[in-house]
Design a protein around this ligand. Sequence first.
Ligand SMILES: [Cu+2]
Length: 73
Amino acid sequence: MPTSVKLSVDGMSCEGCAGSVKNILTKCPGVVTVDEVSVKNKTATIQVDSSFSVDNTVQSLSKAGFASKQLSV
Ligand SMILES: [Cu+2]
């Protein structure tokens, strides 16, 4: 049963950035779906399963220049 996780994501300035963030999130272990990446709100909403690691995901985004953190479970 997937759980919804919301992340704050800094460093997105256009839809291209949002696309990059979406691509990265899609490849992160445990991410089932990427519901929304919002440049305006600086957030990403994803559905994850039990293998999801927020640390791993934050690190992957950080490597691409996006600072992120988990807002809610
Ligand atoms: Cu951009």
